[in-house]
Design a protein around this ligand. Sequence first.
Ligand code: ZN
Length: 115
Amino acid sequence: MHTLNFNPNSKDYISYKKKIKRDVLIAELIKLCDIFYDEAMNSKPNLTVVQDNQNTDAVLFTDIYSCCHCKTYYDPYYGDEVNNIPAGTTFDQISDDYTCTVCSATKSSFKKVEV
Ligand SMILES: [Zn+2]
């Protein structure tokens, strides 16, 4: 028996194996530890990848622009669904015929927002 996610504070007991004989108990515990460390090793690389993506986003997507007429924001992290601009497109990469989704002001009406 062990707890959910091997959390020592958890009250959610999971039955690993029942009716283990006393003489094989130690062997079973070693097996259980191996399973635990295998899971820990497998889950770590995924966490690292997620963290890397977040860091990249933070560096690339800091330039937010705002329409000087109606204060509509263009955030490169989200892009612009109305104008078919995919997420991740920086304001510089948008074509010059881009217009504000709210008041139809031209691209030159947008000013960079200092964060
Ligand atoms: Zn506008």
